[in-house]
Design a protein around this ligand. Sequence first.
Ligand SMILES: [Zn+2]
Length: 302
Amino acid sequence: MRVYVAGAEGFLGARAVEALRAAGHELCALPAAAEAVAVLADARAGSLEEASRLLVAGTARLLDGLASGVKRIVVAAAADAYGEGPAECVACGHVRPENRHVDAGAPWDPRCPRCEGALQPVAVREEERFQVATPLAALRISREELVRSFGRLRGIETVSLRFPCLYGAGATDGVFASIVSELRAGRAPILTEDGLQTRDFLDVRDAARAVCVALGHPRAAGQVFNAGTGKFTRVLDLARLVAASLGVPGDFRPSGRLRPGDARHIALEPRMFQYATGWRPAIGLAAGVEEALGREKAPAAP
Ligand SMILES: [Zn+2]
């Protein structure tokens, strides 16, 4: 299949290109020649206009330039659109805490919106409503809807892949990358809140394989999938894994502050994707982190 990857130079895009080549697909330089398209470009937090240009205007331009031979479009979406994830309350059952206020402080864990009781987080499923906390999440949703509506109108199959936090060799953005760069610089990373907030960390190679599956699997057509692990990992535990892999002391400082828009607990339940296509994460976090860092040890202190 001839595939065009939008965002091929990015963290996920570069790995997706490798995975597609390894699977025998032909990569094309222009969307007009493609039979299938993967929209993987991502924007960093920063200027909204720039993010909008990349995520929305860039995708609109791509869609305008597609040839009639395109059969399928895969679009990367983001977990941040879900906001605060769902949870179980012993008394009330399944509940959905609201996104936290930007001024929120300790105690950090959301309480049950009905009875104020303690909550056990559960992995979010695709049918949960969005609780958009950031403009960037809103732009990613716009892109996802742009692709899906375009596909419906033109009779092109679409697949949405909602990814959690990606990590791996070459990561330049996000929790993993910032912890790695601080530790490599000999500094103790500052973790927001108390460091016990949880995220779903997916190896970028598993994410790239998810893109391949979504492009080619007949049962993926028209679907929205969570491509996550469904597992909650405390940010502090990720930081400890990174420190252990680098062979440096695991000193971390909690900032005691909330990064506005952050959920306390979020993990993506991948069962639907797995059921439809057989995809599941193959790389465990400890092994993935170890491989990503290439067993590199920090240089000795002068
Ligand atoms: Zn309750």
